[in-house]
Design a protein around this ligand. Structure first.
Ligand SMILES: Nc1ncnc2c1ncn2[C@@H]1O[C@H](COP(=O)(O)OP(=O)(O)OP(=O)(O)O)[C@@H](O)[C@H]1O
Ligand SMILES: [Mg+2]
Length: 409
């Protein structure tokens, strides 16, 4: 490894799998050098409900990633999601002391914005994301530092979570001897992994359809302006098949992944599939269209709920010019793009992790969008913070993050 590269690890704690992604970050970009995954059974709808099971799964995923990357992982950027996630848009104002905006003015106005958000004891702030700044009367400012003016206003999107959920994630990591550098909203990470430049600029809806939840983030003018979580995901499709076909969950999962389609009309009516039965009964042979008939209403329900959420956001259609990007494991099912386009009435594509090198092919699946995005979030935020300038004596947070990785940089 060259001396001017750093290791950043994303830990996606999902409902169906834990994924640890190791990225080597340098001036040339991000190279993926390790991936470890393990089935996850300790979460329900994106929230940790069994610490021991989750700890074991994190342990296994991180160990596998360490072996592939040939490094020791000590610090992670961990993902958070679930129905407890809430968000709001607010603003804060500060006086610019020297008549020219300094980084300290920006820090102060962001701190004021954070403090305007009065939260009950059981909730905490995950992100304070600037959407734009206003310097005197000039709005739409993305980078206010250096501008002349006497008044600085920040318009921000604040994401909050149930404190217990966030603490349980940190606790699970600590039990694996991992330091959590930051807890990061999972669909925010997915936007960083999947959206291209034009989508970020023109505005797009990112829909991360995981196993337990569907997370929605709207990006406009390169900023997050809306966040919500719909408590439906790929597991609901599997459940519907298991119940509808009276087949074990494992078989339903296999059938869904191999033959599932969210639109009946896309399936060849001649095609047949064998369905193993429960309770020692004989397997049955059914038309593949029957799978579609079970899956289609669920997909329609899912995208209808997504559509209602987008409507609630109240964003004019022209500000979502790029349409929607679906990602997460369940976006891989046949017919999902077509169903989403039909229900949402906008162009839709599947989003895969983009713009990474190294083992890019290994993570080229919508399942790894969050994991790769967590690495990108880590890379951008470690560099973007005031601690981005490594102090020569290795002190400060940057130094401690390096030490936490336990490697010679
Ligand atoms: N080819 C496929 N066809 C249909 N569904 C699929 C396919 N591949 C994966 N899935 C589904 O994707 C889901 C898992 O996706 P993902 O790994 O993104 O979820 P997760 O991150 O573990 O969960 P969450 O984000 O909800 O906490 C499962 O329900 C799985 O059945
Ligand atoms: Mg997920």
């Amino acid at each position: 490894m060259s001396t001017d590269s750093e290791l950043i690890v994303g830990l996606d704690i999902g409902t169906t799998k834990i994924a640890a992604v190791v990225g080597e970050v340098s001036d040339h970009g991000i190279d993926i050098i390790g991936l470890g995954t393990h089935p996850s059974h300790g979460l329900r709808k994106g929230v940790v409900v069994n610490i021991d099971t989750t700890v074991n799964a994190i342990h296994a995923a991180v160990e596998e990633a360490e072996q592939m990357a040939g490094c020791e992982v000590n610090t992670v950027f961990a993902g958070i999601s679930g129905g407890h996630i809430q968000a709001l848009n607010t603003r804060a104002v500060t006086a610019v002391k020297e008549r020219e905006v300094r980084p300290s003015d920006v820090a102060r106005v962001m701190e004021t914005a954070r403090n305007t958000c009065l939260l009950p004891m059981d909730r905490e702030i995950v992100h304070v994301l600037p959407t734009e700044y206003v310097v005197d009367h000039q709005d739409g400012v993305k980078e206010p530092v250096g501008m002349s003016g006497g008044r600085l206003e920040a318009r921000v999107h604040i994401v909050t979570a149930a404190s217990t959920s966030s603490q349980n994630i940190i606790k699970c990591c600590q039990r694996c001897d991992l330091v959590v550098a930051a807890v990061v909203l999972e669909p925010l990470a997915s936007t960083l992994a999947c959206l291209d430049d034009a989508e970020q600029e023109l505005g797009a809806v990112l829909i991360d359809i995981g196993g337990g939840t569907t997370d929605i983030v709207i990006v406009q003018d390169r900023s997050v302006v809306f966040t919500t979580v719909v408590p439906l995901g790929g597991n609901n499709f599997t459940n519907d098949l298991a119940v509808g076909l009276r087949t074990p969950m494992g078989e339903a999962e296999r059938l869904k992944q191999r033959f599932g389609c969210a639109l009946v009309d896309m399936v060849d009516p001649q095609e047949e599939v064998q369905v193993p039965a429960v309770g020692g009964r004989r397997p049955q042979v059914i038309s593949r269209q029957i799978l579609g008939e079970i899956l289609e209403p669920r997909a329609e329900e899912l995208f209808t709920l997504v559509g209602e959420a987008i409507e609630r956001a109240g964003i004019p259609e022209e500000n979502l010019a790029s349409g929607a990007v679906i990602t997460g494991g369940a976006s891989a099912m046949g017919g999902m793009v077509e169903m989403a386009e039909m229900v949402l009435g906008m162009p839709v594509r599947v989003g895969l992790p983009r713009n990474v090198g190294g083992l890019a092919e290994v993570v080229r699946s919508p399942r790894y969008s969050t994991g790769v995005g967590l690495v990108r979030y880590g890379a951008e935020n470690v560099e973007g913070l005031p601690l981005g300038d490594p102090e020569p004596d290795g002190r400060g947070l940057w130094g401690s993050i390096k030490r936490m990785f336990g490697r010679a940089f």
